[in-house]
Design a protein around this ligand. Sequence first.
Ligand code: URA
Length: 438
Amino acid sequence: MRMIDLIIKKRNGHTLTQTEFDFVAQGAANGTVPDYQLSAFLMACFLHPLSDAETAMLTKAMAHSGGRLDFSASTQLPKVDKHSTGGVGDGISMALAPLVACAGVAVPMMSGRGLGHTGGTLDKLESIKNFEVRIPAKLIYRQIQKLGVCMFGQTKDLAPADKKLYSLRDATGTVESRPLIVASILSKKYAEGVDSLLMDVKYGSGAFMQKLEDSRKLARALVHTAKLLGLKCRALITYMDQPLGRAIGNANEMRQTVQILKGNKILAPDFYELLLQEATEMLLICGKYKDAQKARALLEAKIESGEAAAKLREMIKWQGGSPRAVDDPENYFQNAKLSQTIKADKNGYVAHIDAKTAGMAGVLLGAGRNTMEDEIDYGAGIWLYKKAGDKVKKGDTIAMLYASDKKRLKDGVTLFKTAVQLSAKRPAPYKIVKEIIK
Ligand code: URA
């Protein structure tokens, strides 16, 4: 087989076979196909979008370009994971994985790092001192067998073709192709060896897709392709025009997670609601529960009894951190050296806090990165004392911003102020989960 023939075939709008996609993915992973040919191939796929069947074939080919996790010897429980398309303040995963594991399913959760205004679960977990996310497969199997939950990063060996193709898409104007996005996301999940998957596809200013209709199309394509691959899958379309919860920034978000898993429901009602809805869906998708109300009641009971917090404590211990982080979050997590309050300059309501601007303010404060090489300040971030719909009086604290450097704090404050809109009238409430795609 020759790569030039496959490029021409796709350029002319023809359908490729599994063997041909395997050739491309293997060539991307082991370097036998040069970047210029892979780039031309990606552009051909962009101009002649892959059919659903082709998307599934490319996904499989990319997933098989490296090793796949296989939990068959470690657990007979259903194996379920969640993927979020990313957002601001979206620290759901750190609460979700231990909570769902308490319900008697296995949760091997593979996550990524933050870039730009979007945070990353691995960075948040690493704000726990010594928490290890680079875990060899053997230890992931063992932790899943003994504890039912493990949170880890993508190993070099997992879907290496995606790594190569994704970096070329970035440089060739082919990122926006929906079939390529679907294959990229699902190849990693398919390689992870789970049988059930919840997709959280966000829409709004802080999301990968800003428009609801685009998120809907992506969600449908993800669910459809996942099913073609034999995965059980549903997607939630969720709101990301404003930050989720009260915390932005790594240690801040971990503190919030700990409080919520310890039963503080009112700390961040939107976060709590999304957590419960996602956890419920995960139990329904994998078939552990048939009745949503029963599943939700069980999950709430796991929080109230302290079992969910205990699971988080154990997971932290298994992965090298101190379980004390759960008992003493205020003092345990890193704090930034400086802080500044943002106050309301008039009476009224908080009308809107723009997610993307708030996320970018977080990056300026030091909580995120502009390039993958940037260092993170785990203590930097934002705590939202007020959210959209809250009444404020002039001088009330809307948010507290944290940084470890004067210039960073000043820049973050200046940008964050532009994210906040006050109004005389109470804004209409928004729904955190817009739709479920089955
Ligand atoms: N996330 C991914 O992993 N891949 C894409 O192509 C887009 C978002």
